[in-house]
Design a protein around this ligand. Structure first.
Ligand code: NAD
Length: 238
C-alpha cells in the first residue's frame, strides 16, 4: 500500500520514480552496493528504502549508507541530528505532514499540551521535537505508560501512532480536543482503519483525522517536498 501510493503521488506531480524490487534474501553487502550505485547517479535526487527490512539486514547500516542529500525520508543520522538541533533541511515525512495538517486546520500549537502516543524513530520521537519547535508542551506516552487515560484527558492535541486498533476512545479525551490518527490497521472486514475508535471520538473532538485519507496523504506530500529540496541540495553539491 505504501509503495504504490508513493509511486502514484510522484506520478501525479511528474516526479520520475523507479521502484527497485529486490529479493528478501539479498545479502546486506549487495543492498549496500545498490545504494552506493544510486548515491553516485547524478540523475537521482532522492533515495528511499522502504522499511522494515528482512531480519538479516542491519537497518541502521543501510539508512546510514544513503547520501544525506538524497535521504528524502530523513532517517540518516546527520539529518536526524539537524532536526534535533532545529536546523533547516529535509524533514521526516509523517511528522511534518502532521504539523502541516494542524497548520492547515488553524490549530495554534503555542502553549498547547500535546500528547503523543508512540515513541518510534519514524513518528513519535521526531514529532516531539517538531512540536517543541512549535512551542507546544509535549508528553510522550508508550507501551509502558501507566494511566494513559489520565494523561490523554489533559491534552489539547493527541497524536496516536501505535499500530493497534482502539488505543484511544471518546472516554479518554476532553471536549474539543484535536486528535490525529496516524495508525494504519485492518478491521475485522479487512478494511483500512486507524488507532482510534473514530465513532466515539468524532462528536467530542473539535478535529479528528480519518484513516484512510488523513495523515497518509500529508506524509506523501512531505515526501514530494523533500524530493524538491533534495534536488536543490544535490545541484549545490555538484
Ligand atoms: P512502532 O511499532 O515503531 O511504534 C509503536 C509505538 O507504540 C511504540 O513506541 C510503542 O511503545 C507504542 N505502543 C504500543 N502499544 C501501546 C499501547 N497499548 N499504548 C501506548 N503505546 C503503545 O510503529 P510506528 O512505525 O511508529 O507506526 C505506528 C503506526 O502508524 C502503524 O500503524 C503504522 O503503520 C502507522 N504509520 C502510518 C504512517 C502514515 O503515513 N499514515 C506513517 C508511519 C506509520
Amino acid at each position: 500500500v505504501y509503495v504504490a501510493n508513493k509511486e502514484k503521488a510522484c506520478n501525479n506531480v511528474g516526479i520520475i520514480n523507479n521502484t527497485v524490487r529486490l529479493p528478501d534474501y539479498i545479502p546486506e553487502h549487495d543492498l549496500l552496493r545498490v545504494i552506493d550505485f544510486y548515491n553516485n547517479d547524478k540523475t537521482v535526487d532522492g533515495i528511499l528504502v522502504q522499511l522494515p527490512l528482512p531480519k538479516h539486514i542491519n537497518s541502521d547500516k543501510i539508512l546510514k549508507a544513503i547520501s544525506p542529500e538524497k535521504d528524502v525520508d530523513c532517517f540518516h543520522p546527520s539529518n536526524v541530528a539537524n532536526l534535533w538541533l532545529g536546523k533547516e533541511g529535509i524533514k521526516p515525512c509523517t511528522p511534518q505532514g502532521i504539523i502541516d495538517l494542524l497548520d492547515y486546520g488553524n490549530i495554534d500549537l503555542r502553549g498547547k499540551h500535546v500528547v503523543i502516543i508512540g515513541r518510534s524513530n519514524i513518528v513519535g520521537k521526531p514529532l516531539a521535537q517538531m512540536m517543541l519547535k512549535e512551542n507546544a508542551t509535549v508528553t510522550i506516552c508508550h507501551s509502558k505508560t501507566k494511566n494513559l487515560q489520565e494523561i490523554t484527558k489533559l491534552a489539547d492535541v493527541i497524536v496516536v501512532a501505535v499500530g493497534k486498533r482502539n488505543v484511544l476512545n471518546g472516554d479518554m479525551v476532553k471536549d474539543g480536543a484535536v486528535v490525529v490518527d496516524v495508525g494504519i490497521n485492518r478491521n475485522d472486514e479487512g478494511k483500512l482503519c486507524g488507532d482510534c475508535d473514530y465513532d466515539s471520538l468524532v462528536d467530542k473532538c473539535s478535529l479528528i483525522t480519518p484513516v484512510p485519507g488523513g495523515v497518509g496523504l500529508l506524509t506523501r506530500v512531505t515526501l514530494l517536498d523533500n524530493v524538491l529540496l533534495a534536488h536543490s541540495l544535490n545541484n549545490m553539491c555538484q
